[in-house]
Design a protein around this ligand. Structure first.
Ligand SMILES: N[C@@H](CCC(=O)N[C@@H](CS)C(=O)NCC(=O)O)C(=O)O
Length: 212
């Protein structure tokens, strides 16, 4: 059955890996599943055909036969459940890898998204200059805890898993802020994720898609 994902017709970052279809492409590359991409414009994202796939009018979505999914957490969990390579078979290790997916999405990503909102949608507000350092400190607090837990390990809990895929995908978005560089082990962790051949293929495919 053909897997179809949706992605920005023209990604705001020009296809440099920051849009969330990258993490879905990466997961599919890790498990060796081919996929097709349906481009959607910003206007089409808010129209009925796409809203039927994604109630919040966003990308990415995932279609496979009669199944339609949205939310990268759910999509990557679905891929990892169905194909070997992203979740360990041992029950406890598997549960811990899934915990890291949730931690990435629910605990690490929110302050990073707050920073993006503050910088790109609220920079004209009179309180913006005071708010941004507060958010940056909240991010630092989270990264400091994550950095302590990771220590000198390559991945968060044993072998590379969907938990790492999600965490690296989220941390990547911080690079431009400079905050990631304050944590050398997290910088190396992200670089290890990006060095994976599956990530490279996903990145290249997204970039080529945006340049076509
Ligand atoms: N929680 C969602 C977030 C999806 C999301 O924010 N997608 C962005 C692209 S990376 C989007 O579609 N933005 C356009 C919009 O919200 O109108 C997920 O993880 O899939």
């Amino acid at each position: 059955m053909t897997i179809i994902i949706t992605a920005f017709e023209r990604s705001p970052d020009g296809g440099k890996g920051l849009a969330r279809d990258t993490r879905v492409r990466w997961a599919l590359e890790e498990v060796g599943q081919p996929y097709e991409v349906r481009p959607v414009s910003f206007r089409a994202m808010k129209e009925a055909a796409h809203l039927a796939r994604h109630p919040f009018g966003q990308i990415p979505t995932y279609e496979e036969g009669g199944l339609v999914l949205f939310e990268t957490g759910s999509i990557i969990f679905h891929i990892a459940e169905r194909h070997a390579g992203l979740l360990p078979s041992d029950a406890h290790e598997r549960a811990r890898a899934i915990t890291w997916m949730f931690a990435a999405l629910n605990t690490v990503e929110p302050p990073i998204l707050e920073l993006v909102t503050a910088k790109f949608q609220e920079s004209d507000k009179p309180w913006s200059a005071e708010r941004i350092p507060l958010i940056q400190d909240r991010i630092r607090a989270r990264l400091s805890q994550l950095s302590t837990r990771l220590g000198n390990a390559d991945w968060l809990d044993g072998a590379f898993s969907a938990g790492d895929l999600m965490m690296v995908s989220i941390l990547l978005r911080l690079r431009v802020s400079g905050i990631l560089n304050e944590f050398p082990n997290l910088t190396a962790y992200v670089a290890s994720g990006e060095a994976r051949p599956a990530y490279q293929r996903a990145f290249d495919a997204q970039l080529a898609f945006n340049r076509s």
